[in-house]
Write a protein that binds this ligand. Structure first.
Ligand SMILES: Nc1nc2c(ncn2[C@@H]2O[C@H](COP(=O)(O)OP(=O)(O)OP(=O)(O)O)[C@@H](O)[C@H]2O)c(=O)[nH]1
Ligand SMILES: [Mg+2]
Length: 462
């Protein structure tokens, strides 16, 4: 039967590093009595048991069934309530061999350690008050960060800015709620329906929650990357430019128009911002059914993209189709391709001359694309230091966003109620709902199912 995350008296162990051949493998073990248990399969049991918190002990993992040495290791000892999990624990730094790891885990299991569930160490750290749910989700985000910006964002959340801001706002709500409930109990202030509520401060909290909720879109963009679609008429040089920007020969390049039929994607990074570069089929009144489907996709992709790089063949010049596309998508980056070709005309105003053959214009194109997408990532030119700081206060999970939206709706209802002189008990109910939603974000009020759902997304050994 599957163990539950709430069986927190059981000592657990798991590999914390990537399985496979590597320089080192780290096996984590934690839980009540785990140092003593680990010592039963360690060459220097008394030294391990006597080791002080956060110290390292050199020795060997032994198989107690036959006394055989499994590996020579370093063991780091942790003591409750300190250490990463907040429980007694040992981390073994072994040689990174799959055979060593398999055998060492088997030995620990026979000694009494249960195989840890995904994210179980983090879950226990949460139970022991070492972290809250927002920070735990930030750890997951940090592990998965694919770009420099995503890494920095996750680290800021891990540092606790968002948690502190939410906890502070929740305290403010709870204080007003306590005041309102006290008045209800003593049936005072019958003629003052706001019941001591301070609409100004409630509005401030409501606006903070609304801003945080809106920041979710930015967080998502860091996760999935801003889509930059390369569009243009057939043969304009889209796939050549795509391959150059992606630094990979991914998309087929050929002299005949209509080469690219479906879209092709590659992830790149521009100054810390993750970009999904998308090559598309050339736009024209297509001859065949397949090409027509490709053209329809190109139009859809361009419409949904955060940025469009629109390429015009510099040898052929602007056509009616180019102008009509650019009218429909005026924020496109206008590129004049094949600038190296002697038959290429000079670029019209507003166009950047580029060449996939010589790389001309590529640095300028990269810079312009970064400037174009930066506001989508919340980078506001000339932002005040305060706005810079608030960038750390970004919401990264849909769960957090939905709860913030619930809190905003509940505070809107409270404020409308104050305005309409609604009875104090109705106002208190809405206010309680807002405070509870925030409690669920940080985990103070999270249900068992929710906690399991969050932590089971973590990797094994985390
Ligand atoms: N001289 C020169 N030729 C280029 C350049 N870029 C592309 N070409 C040529 O233009 C032709 C079409 O290039 P592609 O990159 O396949 O163009 P495309 O826009 O992807 O074409 P479709 O997929 O058919 O829409 C090929 O013969 C390329 O070698 C460039 O910068 N300079
Ligand atoms: Mg192509």
């Amino acid at each position: 039967m599957q163990r539950s995350y709430f069986d927190d008296c059981v000592p657990i162990a798991a590999l914390a590093t990537v399985p496979g051949e590597s320089a080192l493998a780290i096996i984590r073990a934690a839980g009540p009595g785990s140092v003593e248990l680990a010592s039963s399969c360690f060459s220097r049991p008394t030294v391990l048991v006597a080791a002080s918190a956060m110290s390292l002990v050199h020795g060997e993992i032994l198989d107690p069934s036959n006394g055989e040495t499994v590996d020579e290791v370093l063991a780091a000892v942790f003591r409750a309530p300190r250490g990463p999990v907040g429980e007694d624990g040992v981390e073994f730094y072994c040689h990174g061999s799959p055979a060593v790891v398999r055998r060492a885990l088997a030995v620990l299991e026979s000694a009494g350690f249960a195989p840890a569930l995904p994210g179980e160490f983090s879950f226990r750290a949460f139970l022991r008050g070492k972290t809250d749910l927002v920070k735990a989700e930030a750890v997951l985000e940090l592990v998965r960060a694919g770009s420099e910006g995503a890494r920095a964002q996750a680290l800021l959340r891990l540092e606790g800015g968002l948690s502190r801001s939410l906890a502070g706002a929740r305290v403010a709500l709870v204080e007003q709620l306590a005041e309102a409930e006290a008045r209800l109990d003593y049936a005072e202030d019958e003629d003052s329906p706001a019941g001591g509520l301070d609409p100004g401060s409630l509005l401030g909290v409501r606006d903070l929650f609304a801003r945080l909720s809106a920041s979710y879109a930015v967080g998502r963009l860091y996760e999935r990357g801003a889509r930059a679609v390369i569009a243009g008429r057939p043969n304009a040089g889209k796939s050549s430019l795509f391959n150059l920007l992606a630094r990979e020969d991914r998309s087929i390049v050929a002299p005949e128009p209509g080469t690219t039929r479906d879209w092709i994607e590659a992830g790149i990074e521009l100054g810390g911002l993750p970009i999904r570069l998308i090559d598309t089929a050339g736009l024209r009144e297509a001859a065949g059914e397949v090409e027509a489907a490709g053209v329809a996709r190109s139009r859809l992709l361009a419409a949904e993209a955060e940025a469009v790089l629109y390429l015009v063949d510099g040898r052929l010049g602007l056509a009616r189709e180019d102008e009509s596309f650019l009218e429909s998508r005026p924020d496109s980056l206008r590129l004049w391709s094949k600038a190296d070709d002697p038959h290429c005309a000079p670029p019209p105003a507003g166009f950047l001359a580029v060449s996939a053959t010589t790389g001309q214009g590529l640095p300028e194109l990269a810079a312009a694309l970064r400037v174009l997408v930066a506001p989508r990532f919340g980078e506001v030119p000339g932002a005040s230091p305060r706005a810079e700081l608030e960038r750390g206060l970004r919401v990264a999970s849909e769960r957090q966003k939905l709860l913030l939206d619930r809190a905003v709706a509940a505070l809107d209802a409270t404020l409308a109620g104050v305005e309409a002189r609604a009875p104090l008990d109705a106002l208190a109910l809405d206010l309680r709902d807002a405070a509870d939603a925030i409690g669920e974000i940080t985990g103070e009020l999270a249900s068992a199912e929710l906690l399991e759902a969050v932590f089971s997304r973590f990797c094994l050994g985390k």
